[in-house]
Write a new protein. Sequence first.
Length: 241
Amino acid sequence: MVRHKDRADRATVEGVLDPRTRRILDRLMSNGYLHSMQGCISTGKEANVYHEEEEEELEVAIKIFKTSILVFKDREKYVMGDYRFRKGYSKNPRRMVSLWAEKEFRNLKRMYLAGVPCPRPLLFRSHVLIMEFLGEGGEAAPKLKDVKLDGQSWQESYRQTFLIMRLLFHDCKLVHGDLSEYNLVYVRRKVMVIDVGQSVGPDHPCSLEFLRKDAVNVRNFFSSKGIPVLPLRSFFELVVS
Ligand code: ADP
Ligand code: MN
């Protein structure tokens, strides 16, 4: 049922598509949520992301989380520290990986509803998350680390990223937790944020530590582009104030 672009794609697709995942995707297809899965956009440590083009205008990204033990250990602290998910904690890796997909889905939903520029979450089933595809003509939008801009546009992207951090903190009550030029993408001159599974609320014991790390990453990145940036302390304080 899964359609592939070519042989290379098929190998990557099948690399993660264990029978359970395949059943979930097949069910989504027979229910009409998906039509085909066209290409692998990214194979990461935590998840693989695929692109699919619907017959109509909607293009979706399909993020399939991995169940490997290593990743599992890493995620524990983000789940345990977050009161929304703590009670769902389980020693069962399958249960945990679907809790993680749910966490990313719910974080995305909160962000999207608050007007944070991010992909619109569509649905999740077990460890499979489906969201709006960011990009054009089947090409995923470039990460901020890969775009080439002039000084003025970097300045503007810096401003947009700062506003995203403030919106997240004040309106969504969330700290991204892995914010950097790798999880910010550039779509039609707009900075958008992705990869929000690890985002936590302000009550998480490490939330301010995560926010500080996010601020360091963002500030250093824009500083490396040669534009004037605020000193770290002011940057951090302006985000939280
Ligand atoms: P991870 O970093 O944990 O592997 P991400 O959510 O960052 O997972 O996704 C990996 C890559 O897949 C991103 O860097 C981006 O290139 C692509 N990607 C993720 N979500 C989307 C999306 N909604 N639209 C387009 N591309 C996406
Ligand atoms: Mn990422």
